[in-house]
Design a protein around this ligand. Structure first.
Ligand code: CP
Length: 302
């Protein structure tokens, strides 16, 4: 993993994913290790973020590294017309590692090709969000005790939700069964279903999940991604299509855990929050440890 960019979850092998999960557990047990002393990380957020940016910043601080960057590209020279190529070339002169979120699909791959230092994709449009996937896998491993042979329900915006695309690709290495629940207009794109077909992974598509929820080990809820819709009327039609309520969890498995990459809008009612099967806030905390593991591995300090 040393010096490798992380643009797509497929950049990491199964063994590398398992190594990140193992290292995340080590960092959770002992979070204050000054392994990045003398290293500088650039944090370039061309799109809004709470969890990803702040958990990376927490991870860098806990590891004793320095951080530079921007949280709003309008405060950078992008607003004067500077290209992504020039921004990345400059920033790679100033730092040892670049963490970037950008609205354009493919922008992270492009940045990794022009950068002299590794690039971590913190989300590129509707494409991929690989560090979210690694924290999701750490969360699944912690709660299930295994990554193998799980029944995973992905619910909501499977078209634009980049977290479900990355998670599905990574989990496909662990013989899951997938249940995709979405309205027709937000179905899992064909390219991802083809990816599963090639690997012989079972998946089923549904419009509703209330009658099958008792089969789930992981229920991964997602927000309908308003910012990716070109037509606001289409968003209005589907924005409230799934709302998980506490009463729906009565007959579910004991090991079921409810995940959500957050932010939520109203797809998980707040009456679920006190249910022990709700795991989304712990999941977000796991992001600090997973991102410590990712940066320490890429910078070759662990
Ligand atoms: N899960 C996630 O990416 O959250 P943010 O958009 O707040 O970073």
């Amino acid at each position: 993993m040393k010096d490798k960019s992380l643009v797509s979850i497929t950049d990491f092998s199964k063994e590398e994913i398992l190594r990140i999960v193992e290292l995340a557990a080590e960092f959770e047990a002992n979070p204050n290790q000054k392994l990045l002393d003398g290293k500088v990380v650039s944090s370039l957020f061309f799109e809004p973020s709470t969890r990803t940016r702040l958990s990376f910043e927490t991870a860098i601080n806990r590891l004793g590294g320095g951080i530079i960057g921007f949280t709003d590209s309008s405060s950078s020279s992008t607003s004067k017309g500077e290209s992504l190529n020039d921004t990345i070339k400059m920033v790679s002169n100033y730092s040892d590692l670049i963490v970037m979120r950008h609205p354009l699909e493919g922008s992270a791959r492009y940045a990794s090709e022009v950068s002299d230092v590794p690039v971590i994709n913190a989300g590129d449009g509707a494409n991929q969000h690989p560090t979210q996937t690694l924290l999701d896998m750490y969360s699944i491993y912690k709660t299930q005790g295994t990554l193998d042979n799980l029944n995973i329900f992905l619910v909501g915006d499977l078209k634009y939700g980049r977290t479900v695309h990355s998670l599905m690709m990574a989990m496909s290495q662990f013989n899951p069964t997938f249940n995709f629940i979405s309205p027709d207009s937000l179905k899992m794109p064909d390219e991802y279903k083809l990816f599963l077909d090639k690997q012989g992974i079972k998946y089923y598509e549904h419009h509703e999940f209330t009658d099958i929820i008792e089969e789930a080990d992981i229920l991964y809820m997602t927000r309908v991604q308003r910012e990716r819709f070109s037509d606001p009327i289409e968003y209005e039609k589907v924005k409230n299509v799934y709302v998980l309520r506490n009463a729906m969890l009565d007959n579910t498995k004991d090991n079921l855990r409810i995940l959500h990459p957050l932010p939520r809008v109203n797809e998980i009612h707040t009456d679920v929050d006190a249910n022990p099967k709700a795991y989304y806030f712990e999941q977000a905390e796991n992001g600090v440890y997973a991102r410590m593991a990712i940066m320490a591995s890429i910078l070759g300090v662990k």
